[in-house]
Write a protein that binds this ligand. Structure first.
Ligand SMILES: [Zn+2]
Length: 502
């Protein structure tokens, strides 16, 4: 405790007590930091002779904390928080406790400070010292509650500099909160803005706008808008709810897409599913179930069209798992991979799955535009005398610059900007009988004349279908330009996404 306050401590304590503060609020206003005093304020204060015999029962709702720091409500809150933590079944060994308390406690504390200044004659540095050393309701609540919640839940409460990824928020409310805050805001000079916002979006008072309003008010102005001292209250605050949430974890790997009839993500038009299932659902449902998450977000390095397969090493992907209960995840997720791969023929996890770091995720994002991709396209052309020679010539082209306007088929979701893309290399040849068989679904009635296979390595983000058929002149040059005849694409596979992943 600051020595300037020490000489007047009893007088100051008596003042707060008489004004209607609970014992713990009195202690925090005189700047006490000792956990033992907060644990059992009565014994401590009796020893100091700060308390009369009649005052040991602390059962009238405190005018500042509204009972949040009084025994009954402390116990209720600790019990409720512990029950919620246990019921949540989180495997995390630690927790960070957060507290949401009625906003009017800030108003009431300010009112009380002004009242103190009006009531006691103390040197100015004592007032300054008191303000500086006042402990917040939240800090005192945590000093008292964290050890008890630790005991009940067998988890460790993190506080101060380290934060647990598992956050427990205890929300208190009080019936006087809204009225007092709204009344202040309406009377202040922000009233006009406030009303306008309220009418538009039914915006209520928030901690932020009450705090910023208070900052602009001098003590004299505050006094006009709010009662000094704070009015007594008839009821205690109550524990509204306890919200438990673990921060997201990410799991990723690579997948092969074997089907030419599968969307990447659920495709809904007017709430109706356009594909029976999707890459996302086939891959992620098991993972979400495994970690017992509330929801998920699918992230991938680019996407393939419904009719395009992704082969070989597969496409890098990650899943954000929101509010997972299971976070102690073994390095070896082979069983989960097996479960996914056995559940479907259309999608396969290649290699392994792993828990990802923030850095991994950055790599996935960057890889989307910076890396190269390999494709295999089955193309058909209208033969002209020189076409075979021109096809042969493709093999010698490297670093071909093409300009692509946004393709017709994605115009509805991408802005219209011409973009330069690099086609690093091409290799054209006739398909083998085996390959023709693989493509059979795609070529069906087309026969096998006038077709060739093009392996192409491009800058990520190149529209390969459009590079082949030209998209009505929107991609220049296209294979139609290079081969001086009509060329179309029958089938496309992604054969390589060149990213070191996972
Ligand atoms: Zn109190």
């Amino acid at each position: 405790m600051a020595c300037t306050v020490a000489g007047n401590e009893r007088e100051i304590f008596r003042f707060f007590k008489k004004a209607g503060c609970c014992l713990r609020c009195c202690l925090r206003f005189i700047g006490s930091r000792n956990a033992e005093f907060y644990e059992d304020p009565v014994s401590y204060l009796q020893k100091l002779k700060y308390l009369d015999e009649a005052e040991v029962v602390d059962n009238i709702p405190c005018i500042v904390c509204l009972g949040i720091l009084q025994n009954n409500l402390l116990e209720v809150a600790i019990q409720k928080a512990s029950e919620e933590i246990i019921a949540g079944n989180y495997d995390c060994d630690t927790f960070t406790l957060a507290l949401t308390i009625p906003v009017t406690t800030i108003l009431r504390e300010r009112s009380l400070q002004i009242y103190l200044g009006q009531s006691l004659t103390l040197p100015p540095d004592v007032f300054l010292d008191l303000k500086l050393h006042t402990q917040s309701v939240k800090e005192v609540w945590k000093i008292f509650s964290v050890p008890k919640i630790e005991e009940l839940t067998k988890k460790i409460g993190e506080s101060g500099r380290t934060f647990s990824p598992f956050l427990v928020d205890v929300l208190f409310s009080h019936s006087c909160d809204e009225e007092e805050c709204v009344s202040l805001l309406q009377k202040c000079n922000t009233a006009r803005q406030f009303k306008a916002r309220r009418r538009n979006a039914d915006v209520n008072y928030s901690r932020k706008n009450v705090e910023s309003t208070l900052e602009t008010l001098s003590d004299e102005q505050f006094e006009k808008h709010s009662p000094i001292p704070p009015k007594s209250v008839e009821s205690f605050a109550s524990v509204d709810k306890v919200i438990c949430a673990h921060s997201s974890i990410y799991i990723g790997g690579r997948y092969k897409k074997m089907s030419r009839n599968l969307c990447q993500t659920p495709w809904l038009i007017n709430g109706e599913k356009k594909c029976e299932t999707s890459v996302q659902e086939l891959l992620c449902d098991s993972i979400v179930k495994y970690v017992k998450a509330d929801s998920m977000k699918f992230l991938s390095s680019g996407r393939e069209d419904v009719d395009v397969r992704t082969l070989n090493e597969g496409r890098p992907f990650a899943v954000e798992l929101v509010n997972p209960r299971v976070t102690k995840i073994p390095d070896d997720l082979r069983e989960l991979v097996l479960e996914i791969n056995e559940s479907t023929e259309d999608v396969k996890v290649t290699n392994s799955l792993k828990v990802l770091s923030k850095l991994d995720l950055k790599k996935l994002k960057e890889g989307e535009n910076e890396k190269t991709k390999n494709y295999r396209a089955l193309c058909i052309y209208k033969p002209k005398p020189d076409t075979l020679n021109l096809i042969q010539g493709l093999n010698d082209m490297t670093k071909l610059k093409i300009v692509q306007k946004t393709p017709m088929r994605v115009l509805h979701r991408r802005p219209l900007v011409p973009r330069v893309r690099i086609v690093h290399s091409m290799r054209a040849r006739l398909p083998t009988p085996e390959e023709l068989k693989n493509f059979s679904g795609a070529i069906n009635n087309l026969g096998i004349n006038n077709i060739f296979i093009l392996d192409v390595k491009t800058q990520a983000g190149t529209y390969v279908k459009e590079f082949v058929h030209g998209d009505f002149g929107r991609t220049v040059p296209s294979l139609c330009d290079l081969l001086q005849t009509d060329v179309d694409i029958i089938a496309l596979d992604v054969t390589g996404i060149n990213l070191n992943w996972p």
